[in-house]
Design a binder for this molecule. Structure first.
Ligand SMILES: [Zn+2]
Length: 142
């Protein structure tokens, strides 16, 4: 016997037992599988997520969205992949790009509070990354 989680065309969810998967296919094709709620024979198997034990449930939230840690790692990876690390010269680089002295590119790096103030005064578009989203700078190539 095999149990299938089924769903009908109007999303009623129910379970039914079959002697085999071929038995299910045959019954479904010939319209023998009926939704117990509305009686339709337009039913299909529910798409099942792999079973996840509660201790490993960190990867996703109930809505299926990545949880905060996963999201933070994704943001970090995105920045490392697409942005150039300029370290302590971020303020100068960002200003040069903003003023058109250097070609536009995506950069990340560190600033002092004074530099951050200057960037804001000059209207240089940049934003501090919240700690969890800030990537670990790549090792300096010496
Ligand atoms: Zn139904």
């Amino acid at each position: 016997m095999i149990r299938y989680a089924l769903i009908c065309e109007v999303e009623h969810r129910f379970e039914a037992w079959f002697s085999s998967s071929a038995d299910y296919d045959r019954q479904a094709e010939t319209g023998l599988v009926e939704c117990p709620d509305c009686g339709t024979t337009e039913v299909r198997k529910q798409v099942m997520a792999p079973a996840v034990s509660t201790s490993r449930k960190k990867e996703t939230t109930a809505s299926g969205a990545p949880d905060f840690d996963t999201l933070a790692r994704q943001v970090q990876a995105h920045i490392r992949k697409n942005y150039d690390y300029v370290g302590g010269s971020f303020a100068d680089e960002a200003t040069a790009i903003h003023e058109g002295e250097k070609p536009h590119r995506l950069i990340y790096g560190e600033t002092t509070p004074e530099e951050r103030e200057r960037l804001a005064e000059d209207g240089v578009p940049c934003a501090p990354l919240p700690g969890p989203f800030a990537p670990v700078p790549p090792k300096k190539a010496n």
